[in-house]
Design a protein around this ligand. Structure first.
Ligand code: V47
Length: 364
C-alpha cells in the first residue's frame, strides 16, 4: 500500500479509484467515466502522477526523430483531415527517396514515416523506401505506416497484411506508429472517416504485427465529436489487445486540430488534454508509456502533462505536416535542447531513448 495522499479528494469516487490503483486492482468502465467527468482535475492529476512516478520515477523519455510524411495523396476523404490531397491537386506531393533520407542527419534515432493512402505506389515502392533509409542510415530505427495505410495497401494490391508486414520487416521496418485508430466507434467512423480501416481491422493489423514480432503504438483522436463513453471504450479495447499480445509500446492521445474543417470551433481546452493523459495513464495499466505529443498539445501543455501521468515527450520531429496542415500552433520541430528544457521545466529528468525505448547515453 502507498501512503495516504495528505489532501482529501473533492470527489469521493477518486478516493476509491486511488485505492484500486494502489492495490493494483483494475479500473473498469464506470471508473473510466468518473476519470473523465470528475470536477476534481487536480485530484485526478495527483493520482496519475503518483502512478507515473511509481513506474518511472522522475524520468521522462524523448527520441531524436524525424516525422517524414512521404506523400499527402490519399484516396480517402476523412472529414477531420486537412492533410490529404487528391492526385493532381496543385499542392499534392510525393517526396523522392533523396528528400526522405536527406532528413536523417547524424544523431537521429527514429524515422517516423507515414503518408496518405496513395493509389499508385506499388508495394515495391515501400520496400525500396525502407531499404533506402536502411542503407543511408543503418543506425536509425524505422517506425512506419499506420494500420490504416497497411489495410489500404492490402486491399489495393490484393496481398494479405501478413505478407506485407513480413516483406516490410525484411526491408528494415522496426515498428508501427499508433495513428489511424481515430476513435473505435462505428457511429464516428460513419460520420468522419467512412472507408478507413474499422476498429476491428485496426486491432487485427496490430495483432498481426505483434505476432510477427513488430511492436506498435496506439492512439486516440479526441476533442471532436466523440463522447466520453466512446473515449473510455476505445481505451479499454486497447487494454484488451495489450493483455492478449503485450506488443504495444506506447499510447498517444492525439488532440484534434480543427483547422478549417468546422467540426469543432477550437481544439479541446487544456484541462481536457490533461484529463485525457491522466485517464489513459490510469486505465492503460498494461502500457509502459503514455506520450504527451507536444506537436498537437503545444509545448507548455505537454510540459505540464508530465505531471499528469505522461512519461514521454515523443521527439524533436523535424518537419511535421499532418497537425500543421490543420493549423497546429506548435513549432515545426524542436531542437534536442528544446525538448530537454520542456522536461526540465516540469521538474523531471530527461532520458534519451530510441524507437524501441532503449536508453541512449545522455549528453547535455
Ligand atoms: O493517423 C489527422 C491524426 C495521426 C489530424 O506512434 C490528426 O509514436 C489531430 O499517428 N488533428 C498521425 N490529429 C499522427 C500519429 C502519431 C503522432 C505522434 C506519434 C505517433 C507514434 C503517432 O494524426 C493520424 C490521425 O489519427 N490526425 N488529422 C488533426 N487535424
Amino acid at each position: 500500500m502507498q501512503a495516504a495522499l495528505t489532501t482529501a479528494f473533492r470527489d469521493h469516487r477518486l478516493a476509491r479509484i486511488r485505492d484500486k490503483v494502489c492495490e493494483r486492482r483494475r479500473l473498469d468502465f464506470r471508473d473510466g467515466l468518473a476519470l473523465f467527468d470528475t470536477p476534481d482535475l487536480i485530484g485526478l492529476g495527483r493520482i496519475a502522477s503518483e502512478e507515473k512516478r511509481r513506474r518511472t520515477g522522475d524520468r521522462v523519455c524523448f527520441v531524436v526523430n524525424r516525422h517524414i510524411n512521404y506523400s499527402n495523396v490519399c484516396v480517402l476523404t476523412c472529414r477531420f483531415c486537412e492533410f490529404a490531397r487528391k492526385r493532381g491537386d496543385p499542392d499534392a506531393y510525393l517526396l523522392s527517396f533523396e528528400e526522405i533520407v536527406g532528413q536523417l542527419q547524424p544523431g537521429v534515432r527514429e524515422a517516423h514515416v507515414v503518408g496518405g493512402h496513395h493509389p499508385d505506389l506499388p508495394l515495391q515502392w515501400y520496400v525500396n523506401m525502407l531499404r533506402a533509409i536502411r542503407a543511408h542510415a543503418p543506425e536509425v530505427q524505422i517506425k512506419a505506416f499506420t494500420a490504416s495505410e497497411l489495410d489500404y495497401l492490402a486491399r489495393r494490391w490484393k496481398t494479405p497484411v501478413e505478407e506485407i508486414l513480413a516483406a516490410f520487416r525484411d526491408a528494415g521496418l522496426d515498428a508501427l506508429p499508433g495513428g489511424g485508430a481515430e476513435v473505435f466507434s462505428d457511429r464516428i467512423r460513419r460520420r468522419l472517416f467512412r472507408g478507413k480501416a474499422s476498429a476491428g481491422r485496426w486491432l487485427q493489423i496490430h495483432r498481426l504485427a505483434h505476432a510477427a514480432g513488430i511492436p506498435t503504438n496506439a492512439s486516440l483522436l479526441y476533442g471532436h465529436v466523440e463522447t466520453t463513453a466512446e473515449r473510455v471504450r476505445h481505451l479499454l479495447m486497447l487494454r484488451d489487445l495489450q493483455d492478449e499480445t503485450g506488443g504495444f509500446l506506447a499510447f498517444i492521445p492525439l488532440a484534434y486540430q480543427p483547422g478549417t474543417t468546422k467540426l469543432v470551433a477550437r481544439p479541446a481546452p487544456a484541462p481536457d488534454d490533461l484529463r485525457t493523459i491522466a485517464a489513459a495513464r490510469l486505465l492503460l495499466d498494461n502500457f509502459a508509456h503514455v506520450k504527451a505529443y507536444w506537436v498537437m498539445l503545444g509545448e507548455s501543455i505537454a510540459s505540464v502533462a508530465l505531471n499528469f501521468g505522461a512519461d514521454d515527450l515523443d521527439g524533436t520531429i523535424g518537419r511535421e505536416r499532418i497537425a500543421h496542415a490543420a493549423g497546429a500552433g506548435s513549432a515545426a520541430g524542436l531542437a534536442r535542447s528544446g525538448i530537454v528544457r520542456l522536461i526540465e521545466e516540469a521538474g523531471m529528468t530527461p532520458v534519451e531513448r530510441d524507437a524501441l525505448y532503449r536508453t541512449v547515453p545522455f549528453h547535455a
